[in-house]
Ligand binder design. Sequence first.
Ligand code: IPD
Ligand code: CA
Ligand code: CA
Ligand code: CA
Length: 273
Amino acid sequence: MPASALMNVMIGAARKAGRSLARDFGEVEHLQVSVKGPANFVTAADLRAEEIIFAELSRARPGYGFLMEERGEIKGPDGTHRWIVDPLDGTTNFLHSIPIFAISIALERDGELVAGLIYNPVMNETFTAEKGQGAFLNDKRIRVAARTELATSVIGTGIPHSGRPGHERFLGEVETVMGTSAGVRRTGSAALDLAWTAAGRFDGFWENNLHPWDMAAGIVMVKEAGGYVTDTNGKDKIFETGGIVAGNETIHLKLLKLLKAANASAASPAKAG
Ligand code: IPD
Ligand code: CA
Ligand code: CA
Ligand code: CA
């Protein structure tokens, strides 16, 4: 299916920023790095990519608002549209020359996510989705995996650094999911975790304490690939809570139940005592 005018704008911005990231990735040892918090880095590569995406999207759709990881919220005169952008998801991988990172761009219209793009320039993989139009990897239609048993499922997740909120909770959850599934994987890019779930590489994904820019494009992607995405209570408060659970209908439900059980047993007096 040919890409829409909107998706061509998103692809154009992502490819241009992707060329900048690829150049910086080749010279990563010379990059300027600042530390925002525990295991939380920002590099000149993040900032350069964000600048390009901001310029390209502003030129193509003047007046739209932005929510970007490094620049924060930028209101536009157009009150109905907002781009949600992570210019480099997987900065820690990037800094270690691990080629698993992505640009994530989503568009919100009247508060509803209507389009998402996740681009890994090193693997040359462009994941795109628009509401009602399906999800694609480099023009090929993708769907969530069909497996329904956790015992044969591979589940993606992200590990909050020990200095960040949610670390203890995660340890209980991952122990339970590891004991129940065929394996747990951590790529270091939540955007790619969701894109890979949409493409059926992962059967499911969960993580806590994420930001809207980590998840926005991936939410559209998983839904358009036929999957289910909610917060960790099975509700739609994903951005508010920062928690996300994704998969096909069955795996999504099983993961929700499993995480609930893990947290209940962690909180029970028997375990605590
Ligand atoms: C990070 C990645 C990672 C997730 C972290 C995020 P960044 O984003 O998505 O997978 O576990 O919580 O902060 O900082 O590399 O854009
Ligand atoms: Ca970051
Ligand atoms: Ca991110
Ligand atoms: Ca980032």
